[in-house]
Design a protein. Structure first.
Length: 74
């Protein structure tokens, strides 16, 4: 059981890293665009926001798996 949880934890940590890198890439791309002040958000900014929420979700799941591992490893 613990080995399965460790594999799940590693997968979740990979998803956190992927979400972080995709969000940073979207941020970089949104900074390259010339925008007028007060204009509507771009698709890259929406992508950055989605990746931030995905990262938070995966981090919360990873913390939950760590808590379960700690309970099982008493």
């Amino acid at each position: 059981m613990i080995y399965i949880l460790v594999i799940i934890l590693v997968g979740l940590m990979a998803m956190v890293l992927i979400s972080l890198l995709r969000g940073l890439n979207s941020f970089r791309q949104s900074m390259d665009q010339d925008r007028a002040p007060g204009s509507a958000p771009t698709e890259f900014q929406f992508q950055q926001n989605r990746m931030m929420w995905a990262r938070i979700k995966y981090q919360a799941l990873a913390v939950g798996v760590v808590v379960i591992l700690l309970v099982l490893a008493r």
